[in-house]
Ligand binder design. Structure first.
Ligand SMILES: *Cc1c(COP(=O)(O)O)cnc(C)c1O
Length: 361
């Protein structure tokens, strides 16, 4: 068996020890004589799994007691509708920061349900920075204020929590959840598709302040109402059971192997610094994002020459560094270095890039 270093933006690399444990428990999980895939979601075996996963998520992210954790489906993309259906119900207005394509999709979807206002945008420079926020443009009557915390495609990340007063702050954290400590109490809703930093595709995690549950519009489909999932401990219907189990294993790995969220963050800072330092000193490769807005998770870079970019992506894949092609809207390359990418994977990528630069300049 030979494994590659996988820099995919999502679905993405999972910790090898987690995959090994899942494999060892595949036919018989915890002496149940069954695979988790085969278990009833109403069984006592699965009840222990879902409760355990929630408890570990609460521990790792230090989630306050007045927040619910919901395990739902439909991806972060369904949250673009679920948030307005549940929250856009008082003034019917919401504020948006357009920091990338996902943020824009959240805005476009919300605009179908109410008055969506753009308070800032970085579209003018292909979303290569986080726009400055001018609080005089914020609507104090907004039902929520939406941000995309880490812009997966463009490699930018918020590093300051906007001061939105009493307006609930809603954040799409799909590509940075579990990568750093966050003060959950500053947010009304945090949501994330699992396939970047948490688990296989199919699970979406919603962390929501309790008072924001129970005010959905009448037309809200039952499955899109947060209350449905909150009242039923995410077991109203069949949840993505195997993904919830896998998230539990990933959380065990963060707690036991890494040593918690702070240690996880330290490791992410170290990995990202190695790559950015190389890019900043390279004559061939350039990072597309500068300064404080740089993401620790997604690192886009270019050579400025499409042919050379292609040659690099191919040579890298041949050498076992896969999925480095950039998003079509940015071009060039992107290395997604999520939690599960080992330090050694980034070290070896940098060594490969140095070598490629020497041989091709
Ligand atoms: C991947 C991603 C999405 C889309 O997630 P789906 O689960 O495919 O719907 C939304 N927002 C961000 C920030 C992402 O990285």
């Amino acid at each position: 068996m030979s494994r590659v270093y996988n820099f995919s933006a999502g679905p993405s690399v999972l910790p090898e020890s987690v995959l090994e444990r899942a494999a060892s428990e595949m036919l018989d999980c915890n002496g149940s004589g069954q695979s988790v895939m085969e278990m009833s979601h109403r069984s006592k075996e699965f009840d222990a799994i879902i409760k355990g996963t929630e408890q570990k998520l609460r521990q790792v992210l230090n989630i306050p007691d007045n927040y619910k954790v919901l395990f739902v489906q439909g991806g972060a993309s369904s949250q673009f509708a679920m948030v307005p259906l549940n929250l856009m119900n008082k003034s019917g207005k919401a504020d948006f920061v357009i920091s990338g394509q996902w943020a824009k999709k959240a805005y476009t979807e919300a605009a179908r349900y109410g008055q969506a206002n753009i308070v800032a945008s970085s579209a003018d420079k292909t979303f290569s920075y986080i726009p400055e926020l001018d609080s005089s443009k914020f609507d104090p009557e907004a039902d929520y204020f939406h941000v995309c915390w880490n812009n997966t495609i463009y490699g930018t990340h918020f590093n300051e929590i906007p001061d939105v007063g009493n307006v609930p702050l809603v954040a799409d954290m799909s590509s940075c959840i579990l990568s750093e400590k966050i003060d959950i109490s500053k947010f009304g809703v945090i949501y994330a598709g699992a396939q970047k930093n948490m688990a296989p595709a199919g699970l979406t995690v919603v962390i929501i302040r309790e008072d924001l549950i129970g005010n959905a519009r009448d037309i809200t489909p039952t499955m899109f109402n947060y209350k449905t999932h909150a009242d039923n401990d995410s077991l109203y219907n069949t949840p993505p059971t195997y993904c919830i189990y896998m998230l539990g294993l990933v959380l065990d790995w963060i707690i036991n192997d890494i040593g918690g969220i702070e240690k996880m963050h330290e490791q992410n800072v170290k990995k990202a610094a190695m790559l950015y330092d190389f890019l900043d000193n390279s004559k061939m490769f350039n990072a597309t994002v500068q300064g404080k807005d740089r993401s620790l998770m997604n690192v886009p870079f270019v050579t400025g020459n499409d042919e050379l970019d292609k040659k690099f992506v191919k040579a890298a894949a041949d050498a076992g560094f896969v999925n480095l092609k950039g998003h079509r809207s940015v071009g060039g390359m992107r290395a997604s270095i999520y939690n599960a990418m080992p330090v050694e994977g980034v070290e070896k990528l940098v060594a490969f890039m140095k070598d490629f630069e020497e041989k091709n300049s």
